[in-house]
Design a protein around this ligand. Structure first.
Ligand code: RNT
Ligand code: ZN
Length: 418
């Protein structure tokens, strides 16, 4: 049987539950995942005076072939995107600005420094998302930025964050797709603080200044990303979950939930429904924490599938903005993008192939035996046959065929890099 024939058989299996697989594939085709550019170069960026990665995050490994300039990074993204079904978005950080060899301070960055990215995205019909880079910088060297006791430091980062929102607005206008501009800061303390309120008050005040100017939400949406701890900031994080959820709710911003930013027994899949009850939209950074916020490549594990179920089951594909956030420098970086993004899409497809109404009914009736039995049986339904056909439809490699393409690219392109 060929791919199409297997698909036709699999389709019948799902039709038994009243699932219209053709419609499922149309829905999946509309999903845009925001693919983070920073997997391609270990969160390095193109600044003239390069600063080591800081802020309590780490990319470990030294796999050869890292992109070291905008052309290489875009070529690598092109390669990765050619192996992923669907049309997606690319997520940029301020450190990926192109300044023609001129040292431009972060608080001086303007839309013009992202013109090449915009032209590249336009040609491909991609959307762009954005992030101010509030780490890896001398003004963040003591681990404090927007909550810094020194007003000059705060003001510098406030200016950068305001400029970033304008860059987001520019992306939205130019590309006809709303940009999500997400703010994350590393601020925190290694050891037990003697004042928890003061820094949070200062952060609140900084955010008030950053978001004072309204930007048309057709072009730009603002999100704030919380965290529980970082390396070197183990005892206290200024921008905690409670801080940002309250701030976002009160000020009409989006909360961004990163799957690596909670206590290990807490899961983002359980948070989505609560967020959806109180906010129009919520944003995600899908990552894979291994023992800590390690940002491993996303795999098709239970939590990823559970997150996808929450989005699909609650009819929230247009309310949950899905972004990826991992950076593994120990494996081929293009493969990392392909694996993580294909898995995100597979998880969504898998969620779309579940008879949710039936399972909800069983729960309502208190029939937990059948609920569990059916949920377990569904795990071995022929998802793969549907996925393979979807890849074929999208003219991207089926199954592991994409690996050869990455190998070839590694041999001909990456191996030539210094
Ligand atoms: C850090 C946050 C943040 C970064 C990126 C590079 O813990 O997750 O989102 O990973 O901005
Ligand atoms: Zn994140």
């Amino acid at each position: 049987m060929n791919i199409k024939e297997k698909y036709e058989v699999a389709k019948q299996e799902y039709a038994k539950f009243g699932i219209d697989v053709e419609k499922v594939l149309q829905d999946l085709q509309k999903v845009k995942v925001s693919v983070h550019c920073w997997q391609g170069d270990d969160v390095t960026g193109f600044e003239v005076s390069q600063n080591a990665l800081s802020g309590g995050i780490q990319a470990t490994g030294n796999y050869p072939g890292r992109a070291t300039n905008p052309e290489e990074l875009r070529a690598d993204l092109d390669k990765a995107l050619s192996l992923i079904p669907g049309k997606h978005k690319v997520n940029l950080h301020a450190i990926y600005a192109e300044t023609n060899g001129e040292a431009i301070e972060r608080d001086e960055l303007k839309p013009e420094h992202f013109e090449n990215w915009v032209n590249w995205a336009k040609e491909r019909g991609l959307g762009l998302d954005f992030n101010p880079t509030i780490f890896s910088h001398p003004k963040a060297s003591d681990g404090l930025t927007l909550s810094h006791p020194n007003k000059e430091v705060r003001d510098f980062w406030i200016r950068h964050a305001i400029g970033s929102r304008k860059i987001g607005e520019y992306f939205g206008k130019e590309l006809g797709q709303t940009c999500l501009t997400n703010l994350w800061i590393p601020d925190g303390y290694k050891d037990i603080p003697s004042d928890r309120l003061g820094p949070r008050k200062r952060l609140k005040d900084s955010l008030d200044q950053i978001f004072a100017e309204k930007i048309d939400t057709k072009y730009n949406l603002d999100a704030v990303e919380s965290k529980v701890f970082g390396i070197g900031a183990e005892s206290y994080t200024v921008g905690s979950s409670e801080f940002y959820i309250n701030y976002a709710a009160k000020n009409g911003l989006l909360s961004l939930l990163d799957t690596g930013h909670y206590h290990p027994t807490e899961v983002v899949s359980d948070k989505i429904s609560s967020m959806l009850l109180f906010s129009e939209k919520v944003a995600l950074h899908v990552s894979r924490p291994v023992r800590w916020d390690s940002d491993h490549v996303v795999i098709l594990d239970d939590e990823l599938k559970e997150i996808a179920k929450e989005i699909v089951r609650n009819d929230a594909l247009d309310r949950v903005i899905i972004g990826l956030d991992f950076f593994d420098a120990s494996i081929n970086r293009i493969a990392a993008w392909v694996i993580g993004t294909r898995n995100m899409l597979k998880a969504l497809l898998s969620a779309m192939l579940i008879p949710h109404e039936e399972l909800i009914r069983l729960q309502e009736e208190g029939n937990f035996t059948e609920r569990l039995a059916l949920m377990e049986e569904l795990k071995t339904y022929p998802l793969g046959d549907i996925w393979n056909y979807y890849c074929e439809l999208n003219n991207v490699p089926v199954k592991e065929e994409w690996i050869n393409e990455v190998k070839e690219y590694e041999k001909t392109i990456l191996a030539e890099r210094k």
